[in-house]
Design a binder for this molecule. Structure first.
Ligand code: F6P
Length: 359
């Protein structure tokens, strides 16, 4: 028989996305109203656990946040307590394991369990706490939709919706000016957003991290379209898309002092190459963080709410070291390690669907 829990902590880690507040609300209301638990919010992801920034959350704190983007708790994608980066006296970065400090803070606030909402980095952090004997339940989020173990993460549908509506708008101005328009979207290691919004908006070329592209081939396709009479073209490029060897040199920026590599720039390069190689007037739009902000779609609100309630049910039942997930329409629980066991790259069948329309 699992030991009854009385108090839970909740945190949001990694890059934010639409739907995080919907989970926080569902977790808090379900814990308090359904199970009589107390809820504590941990600020800025694992950073708040390291720095002991932990505060009580009540129903009033989460009232009205269902529709809000961002996270009322704040987030950080630069804090791994097992490799906590600080500057020493010489200004150099030093990394050390401060997991024990977090354990002290968990103990101090008498948190019996943690609900950890995040992507692969955050799930890896949760797995570390599980190994140190902390009761954790994971809730998967990322706009990139690249978390293994769940059919889909919340935030993805909203990102696709925003990208698609932007692409629809770009199409009309592209047509008016007879231009090639390049649109860079997020998608670090997987091209789910580019593929979905590209198909949804009828893009002419979609470049994703999973399939290295040849810039010469991209230009030939555009020229083929124009020879057939198309007066404009839309090229969607995921931020993590890479050219096949030697065709174009893309620098993605170095890792910062915390090991975080900032992507971006491939859209500019592709744009310059298209204009130079084809002579078509070409413009670039970089959407990226726009996809993470703002109000969640109805689908993401519902998914986030279902995830939050399931996470509290799991905690109440003592079913720890699990990540809630969507599988074939059902909410299920999978081992937390499943979320980070491998990367969920795009479905090749979906890429074939897109290819039908490339001409
Ligand atoms: O959350 C994932 C993600 O949106 C990636 O697609 C992107 O590369 C990254 O976050 C950007 O992070 P930051 O906000 O730190 O630039």
């Amino acid at each position: 028989m699992a030991q009854a829990i009385r108090r839970i902590g909740v945190l949001t880690g990694g890059g934010d996305c639409a739907g995080l507040n919907a989970v926080i609300r569902a977790v808090t209301k379900s814990a308090i109203f359904q199970h009589g638990l107390e809820v504590y919010g941990i600020e800025d992801g694992f950073l708040g656990l390291v720095q002991n920034r932990i505060r009580p959350l009540g129903p009033d704190d989460v009232s009205g946040i269902l529709t809000q983007g961002g996270t009322i708790l704040g987030s950080s994608n630069k804090c791994d307590p097992s490799q906590y980066a600080t500057r020493n006296r010489d200004g150099k970065i030093e990394k050390r394991d401060v997991t024990n400090r977090c354990l002290d803070h968990i103990d101090h606030h008498r948190l019996d369990a943690l609900v950890v909402i995040g992507g692969d980095g955050t799930m890896s952090g949760a797995a570390n706490f599980v190994h140190h004997g902390i009761n954790c339940v994971g809730v998967p989020k990322t706009i990139d939709n690249d978390l293994y173990g769940t059919d889909v993460t919340f935030g993805f549908a909203t990102a696709c919706h925003v990208a698609t509506s932007a692409l629809d708008r770009i199409r009309t101005t592209a047509a008016s000016h007879h231009r090639a328009m390049v649109v860079e979207l997020m998608g670090r290691n997987a091209g789910w957003i580019a593929l979905h919004s590209g198909i949804a908006s009828g893009a002419d070329i979609i470049l994703i991290p999973e399939i290295p592209f040849d810039i010469e081939e991209v230009c030939e396709r555009l020229q083929h379209r124009h020879r057939r009479g198309a007066g404009f073209s839309i090229v969607v490029v995921a931020e993590g898309a890479r050219p096949s060897d030697g065709s174009l040199s893309v620098s993605s920026g170095d890792a910062d002092e915390f090991g975080h590599v900032q992507l971006g720039g491939v859209g500019n390069l592709v744009t310059a190459e298209i204009e130079q190689r084809t002579g078509y007037e070409t413009r670039v739009t970089i959407l990226c963080h726009v996809l993470r902000g703002g109000t969640p779609t109805a689908f993401d609100r519902v998914l986030a709410t279902r995830f939050g309630i399931e996470a509290i049910d799991a905690a109440h039942e003592g079913d720890f070291a699990k990540m809630v997930a969507l599988s074939g329409g059902e909410i299920v629980r999978v081992p937390i390690e499943d979320g980070v066991s491998e990367l969920k790259t795009v479905d090749p069948g979906l890429f074939d669907v897109a290819g039908v329309f490339f001409g």
